[in-house]
Design a protein around this ligand. Structure first.
Ligand SMILES: O=C(O)[C@@H](CO)OP(=O)(O)O
Length: 229
């Protein structure tokens, strides 16, 4: 039986301020750090250990992983970072307050932007300082790969190659894996692993800093899943 641990980052500064975050590289709050440490303590108490970790190139996920691994005395394991595990790119909404956007465009529209797998948030243009093409960490991405907006289904399209080519390969090599990532990159992965319909993924909200264990059979079919609490 394969046990895969998924961990959404701890509370970030913009979770707290209720702002659309996406690829903005905001830090963890004090509460977020405590959540990450608690996640590591729980994993240790329940006997989990890891051979390799995967995370995004955003510090809220990287630090969450590090705090959790520190609690497990596993800071030494290899960590692979990929932009493919980044949060969904929220386009021109990044930085805006979710309640203020709802007051302006209506709750229904904001709900669609946030949870409809096929709805695009407004795009930003490549001259915008928030355009990732200006950020050295994305210098190896092609223009096609650099997003100006993303819906959940496009997030899934860039998460899945990393899952099937890199992470599944590590699992096949009998490595115990933890993935520390983001609300929407994990939702995309879970939709795929658990064969969720669009309506089901719309209902799925993953809490910050709580380890989510997926048990998979040898063909990577989901058998059951549960949060460690
Ligand atoms: O702002 C974001 O990037 C995400 C995660 O915090 O928000 P939402 O849950 O609205 O998709």
């Amino acid at each position: 039986m394969i046990k895969l641990v998924l961990l959404r980052h701890g509370q970030s500064e913009w979770n707290l301020e209720n702002r659309f975050t996406g690829w903005t590289d905001v830090d963890l709050t004090v509460e977020g750090i405590a959540q990450a440490r608690h996640a590591g303590q729980l994993l240790k108490e329940r006997g989990y250990s890891f051979d390799i970790a995967f995370t995004s190139v955003l510090k809220r996920a990287i630090k969450t992983l590090d705090f959790a691994l520190e609690e497990m005395d596993l800071l030494w394991i290899p960590v692979q970072k990929s932009w493919r595990l980044n949060e969904r790119f929220y386009g021109a909404l990044q930085g805006l307050n979710k309640a203020e956007v709802a007051a302006r465009y209506g709750e229904e529209q904001v709900h669609k932007w946030r949870r409809d797998p096929h709805e695009h948030p407004p795009a930003l243009d490549s001259g915008d300082p928030r355009y990732p093409g200006n950020d050295p960490r994305y210098k190896d991405l092609t223009e096609r790969e650099l997003p100006v907006t993303e819906n959940l289904s496009e997030t899934m399209n860039r998460v899945l190659p990393y899952w099937s080519e890199t992470i599944m390969q590590a699992i096949r090599n009998n490595q115990q894996v933890i993935i520390a990532a983001h609300g929407n990159s994990l939702r995309a992965l879970i939709q795929y692993i658990d064969h969720l319909r669009d309506e089901e993924v719309t209902q799925l909200d993953i809490p910050t800093g709580v380890p989510l264990v997926y048990e998979l059979d040898e063909d990577f079919n989901s058998v059951r899943h549960y949060y460690l609490k």
